[in-house]
Design a protein around this ligand. Sequence first.
Ligand SMILES: [Fe+2]
Ligand SMILES: [Fe+2]
Length: 586
Amino acid sequence: MTQKSAASFRKWRQDWLTSREQQEPRYGIIALSSVRNSLSRSVFHLPHRHPSPAMSDSPTPNPFFRPFPAPFLRREFLGLMTASWGWTMVSSYGADEAPEKGKGPKGRGGRGGGNSSEYVLPEFLAEFATLSIILGRATDKTMTFSALAKETLEGYFEIGTVPGKYVIKTAVTSFQAGEPTELLLGELTPNTEYFYRANYRKPGAAAFTHRPECRFATQRASGSTFTFTIQGDSHPERPQSSHPELYARTLQTAAADGPDFHICIGDDFSVEKIPTTSPESLAAPYLLQRPFLGLIGQSAPVFLLNGNHEQASLYNYNQVDERRTVAIATQVARNRLYPTPAPDAFYSGNTEALKDIGLLKNYCAWTWGDALFIILDNYWHSPALVDSGFKGEDARQPRGEKGKSRGNKNRDWWGITIGDAQYQWLKETLETSGETYKFVFAHHVLGTGRGGIDGCGMYEWGGEARRGEGTFAENRPTWPLPIHQLMVKHKVNIFFQGHDHLYCQQEKDGIIYQEVPMPSDHGYVAYNEDRYQSGTKLPSSGYLRVTVSPEQVTVDYVRSYLPKDEGPDTQQGAIAHTYKVRANSA
Ligand SMILES: [Fe+2]
Ligand SMILES: [Fe+2]
């Protein structure tokens, strides 16, 4: 390293390490091919309420987060509902189990907007709160439907492979109020597009309401072209930078692309400002998101990543106070209220079960077309606090020692980890993959800090460390390479991350580091842009549309605006930036 580059390295490293001082805002916050013959389901009953975004530093409790009346839980065991295609009801809760100091342009949407008292869907989309349908666990032959009704309904589905021509009609079943009911559609044909219509009515009503037709696809074959979409941090708890109408608009626009699945990069279910922690209150953010994610989830299986604000972490789990309750309740709520995949013949992932949770279902990998998809978890395998802790706990200062920040230099940076088991799984997954394209997703490099390639050289991600902190070999003796170098070796094409609340595309050593913008920021700000020293930077809001073909991958940044903010240069659905990635050579 030359003197000049060493000085430059020290400067950016110091900038990066001290970036914690301006960290993320804390204000505020089966084969199931047909298990036709019998499965029981266990369903918890939850009241369905809509949270308010009015969470701030005010001591006034958020009205949404008041405790639910207890007891609210009960378990039901219902018999099998089958049709000729193997509709099966399966367990939805199994035993397996300041805005920141933005430097971006001022948005026309204004800050502190979103004057609604509740973070709910616009009235014209109220149907998606009446009945939220979210697909998940897509495989080559199966699809899981999760139906959540606001008030008890009964309904059925019609399915076919030609639009408007349904050859299968399921039995009428009950969707209990506030309960996720999972239905497994089996014996599907791989690499096929299906069309379905949901029909529902209040029990005893004369007529059914017919929902518009939806579509979904089974696993694409090699050589196929398909699309998937990604959203960044939606943060519905932040009225300053998240507007429900804009979020809904983004999701509707993304759904119109017909993606085969939709990935949420994390910070969608913050629980940090909940005044009274209980399993019920901690599940509230997950219930709040159901109507929104149903806008796209009814036709695109949804994959969820944990962000730092979900507070689902090993650090919290290892405590003996309310933080343990938080870690358990949030992960349980996620896996109960959303059809998250567990390791099976189709998905690989975390096979270790934790007491009081079961399988975490926090990281996984699968193949689709010519691509390998790997979702990592930054928080469930780190004994050290990774980023912001519960209720303002800070990795730089011990709990109960407010005002005594130890600073970044005293952080246990080597203690922050994805864990040995996840690393070895990642390594094996990459080594055994023969797919043309490889995509990796995590909430952020290291799960904390700022920037993309700006921070990817440090600690277990890149192997660098400050003097006196030890070496990569000393701190990760069983790891042949840091994570970045491992991804380089195995020709990962794009690493997608969130956390920083802007759009930024960078490249290092042949890997694109892609920061995903917020879907809901009505201020249209490029937060933390000063933390990205290179790359194409653009403000939120919008989503990423990724089209995978045998020859190339096309990534589009699709913008989203509130109607009042649209104009000649700010059109809904406009592509603000696009780039292509060529197929890996053999
Ligand atoms: Fe984050
Ligand atoms: Fe975030």
